[in-house]
Ligand binder design. Structure first.
Ligand code: ZN
Length: 155
């Protein structure tokens, strides 16, 4: 996604945990503990993948995208379909996305990635690239707000 930034990848932690599970150092009950809410989120908002569950190998993993941020108001903390994220990224300045993989068979779950989306990235891009962006077709979408700011009148 165009405005994706501040990506944190948790695949190392996941691999380390799975190693411990396969070694028997960590019990599967401890890691296969997806809550009913998370399982519901996977069922209704999840993104199916072709990856087999690394614990039970019975089912493919589902990715759940949780969104957080002050601008989301009561939607903060909700799961969203990945297809809904670009529209949110175009209407909000900044929000966090947490991606959790879930197995709907054995309830394995793990945070795999987090990142930030939102329009703030576009403004930063435009500043970085200077006039190049302004002269392109997308430059026409620039806000016209600057011309309408109110002067402080003295009375
Ligand atoms: Zn599983």
């Amino acid at each position: 996604m165009r405005t994706q930034r501040q990506v944190v990848d948790y695949s190392l932690q996941k691999r380390a945990l799975l190693r411990d599970v396969h070694n028997g150092k960590v019990g599967t009950l401890e890691v296969c503990d997806a809550s009913p809410y998370l399982k519901n989120a996977a069922r209704f908002h999840g993104e199916p993948t072709d990856d087999r569950c690394p614990v039970c190998r019975r089912d493919n993993l589902t990715l759940v995208h949780y969104i957080y941020g002050d601008e989301l108001k009561q939607s903060a903390g909700q799961a969203r379909k990945v297809a809904e994220l670009p529209a949110l990224a175009m209407t909000l300045r900044e929000f966090q996305v947490f991606v959790v993989e879930v197995c709907q068979s054995c309830a394995w779950n793990h945070l795999i990635e987090q990142y930030v989306l939102g329009q703030d990235a576009l403004q930063a891009d435009e500043l970085d690239q200077g006039g190049a962006v302004a002269s392109s077709a997308s430059g026409r979408h620039r806000e016209t707000g600057s011309s309408s700011h109110r002067r402080e009148g003295r009375q």
